[in-house]
Write a protein that binds this ligand. Structure first.
Ligand code: PRP
Length: 206
């Protein structure tokens, strides 16, 4: 295959695939309801595969995929050695510090922070000069302050529904997040023209 593309499985994936299809790289089976993970369009010599969002950058960094789509959160957290070609302007959300509604932090005490995003959280609080105790979790982070495992969480907020339904509220916004088109460095070197054109088409800058 000439071009291999890793798509993030989940809510962002379908939106992103549609953009690729509109940009001239269709592969209709991709959206089938099957459990199939890899799809080839032999005519275009293009291959798509679905990967866990946090793994997309690993495939791209190692050259197992030429291109991929990953959230800026993943790129900041794992710092993979890939090229960021375009902001796709979709998958928009924000990285936030949140806690139980009405929570008042005691500035004298070390703040207990639960998160999947250790690097982002550590850098953010270090910049503020705030001592923290980091609690690394892998999902459903919102539970931590409710049951007293942490004082706050650092997590992604999209619609705010998860926070609201669990009586949590945003304390601070760390940064806006959106989906990025990423490329393997060597692949980009050899296919710069094709990839630049695709990046422009995907980000609506044609
Ligand atoms: C993310 C994030 C929040 C939720 C925010 O979780 O960690 O829990 O989405 O979205 P909302 O503001 O629209 O409610 P995800 O579904 O990726 O799963 P996770 O709990 O495993 O992190």
């Amino acid at each position: 295959m000439n071009l291999s593309i890793a798509l993030p499985k989940g809510r962002l994936g379908e939106k992103v695939y549609t953009r690729f299809a509109e940009a001239g790289y269709p592969c209709p089976d991709v959206l089938s309801e099957s459990r199939k993970l890899i799809f080839d369009n032999r005519e275009l010599s293009a291959r798509y595969f679905w990967a866990k969002p946090s793994d997309v950058a690993i495939y791209v960094e190692r050259g197992a995929a030429d291109l991929g789509v990953a959230g800026k959160d993943i790129l900041l957290e794992y710092e993979p050695d890939v090229l960021e070609l375009a902001d796709l302007g979709t998958g928009n959300c924000r990285m936030c510090v949140a806690s139980m509604e009405g929570f008042l932090p005691d500035e004298q005490r070390t703040l207990r922070v639960a998160t999947k995003f250790s690097r982002i959280a550590t850098a953010y609080f270090a910049k503020k000069g705030r001592d923290i105790e980091l609690i690394q979790l892998n999902g459903s982070i919102e539970i931590a302050p409710i049951i007293g495992l942490s004082d706050v969480i650092v997590d992604i907020v999209e619609t705010g529904t998860t926070l609201r339904e669990n009586h949590l509220a945003v304390l601070e916004t760390i940064m806006p997040i959106s989906a990025r088109l990423i490329a393997n460095r060597a692949s980009y070197f050899f296919r710069k023209g094709q990839m630049d054109a695709l990046a422009s088409a995907l980000s609506g800058k044609e």
